[in-house]
Design a protein around this ligand. Sequence first.
Ligand SMILES: NC(=O)c1ccc[n+]([C@@H]2O[C@H](COP(=O)([O-])OP(=O)(O)OC[C@H]3O[C@@H](n4cnc5c(N)ncnc54)[C@H](OP(=O)(O)O)[C@@H]3O)[C@@H](O)[C@H]2O)c1
Length: 270
Amino acid sequence: MTAHIGLIGGGNMAYAIVSGLIASGYPADHLHVADPAEASRHRIASLGAKTTALNTEIVEQASVVIFAIKPQVFRLVGEPLAGLFQDNQTVLSICAGIPIKRIREILKLQSNQRVVRVMPNTPCLIGEGMSCLASDQPLADDQKHALADLFASCGDTLWVANEEAIDAVTAVSGSGPAYFFLLMESMMSAAMRLGLAEPIARKLVLQTAVGSALMARDATETPAILRAQVTSPGGTTQAATTVFEEGDFSGLVDQALIAARDRAQALARD
Ligand SMILES: NC(=O)c1ccc[n+]([C@@H]2O[C@H](COP(=O)([O-])OP(=O)(O)OC[C@H]3O[C@@H](n4cnc5c(N)ncnc54)[C@H](OP(=O)(O)O)[C@@H]3O)[C@@H](O)[C@H]2O)c1
């Protein structure tokens, strides 16, 4: 039997999840979305999903309820729903920085009720995301597959061993798109300083990023080997990578990811 999926919050991530599920064949009449804004409901309804302004309707109708609201409003949205969840329902949250323990407290869930935290990233909006899932209790493999499948239509998915890993995941894939955008920005500025016009700089950098990402994803070699393969001794690539190494590029990346992980941990404590 196909599960009824409910989303609380009908913003960008909800739109990406619902459109991905419908595109992959999920029956639209089994998808329910609540959002206070009529414009958001209209956008989701245009995909074929059912919409409501009442979050309680989602809890009544869906066996899997996904919280897709901003973390700042989780308490405000969750408290009126406290105690309404049944034992056979699964609660998922994509809200950054809200630990499962707090979700259980706010929604007044028992320890046997299933709660899963998911960390997606922005490329989910174009079906190329990376979503990592974690639970605070052991789940059967078929349950894990079914829950990961909800996000598979937005990109790749992965279960991590425990919720603690979600802070590291946030630092790597959650915030990761911004690191690549930063490198693209810097390369485009540098290309223009080398005399290339903006449209040319943009095209060269973006297509190089796409080509390199696809190559690294599909190759059997590691990125380190792929890099060695394009770095001839005394050549142009080596001239550039030597400058990166002298500026301790790897050390800087290390520090940046630690800072992101620490910030995720601090947000979870707030
Ligand atoms: N975007 C990403 O790439 C990304 C990546 C990882 C994690 N996340 C997480 O995903 C969550 C959603 O992000 P998003 O980008 O989809 O945000 P968003 O576009 O702002 O969507 C949130 C939606 O929730 C609605 N909302 C506000 N109050 C509500 C209420 N009381 N009941 C039901 N819905 C309510 C908002 O309506 P109004 O606009 O009218 O307030 C908005 O439509 C966030 O917690 C974020 O941390 C996002």
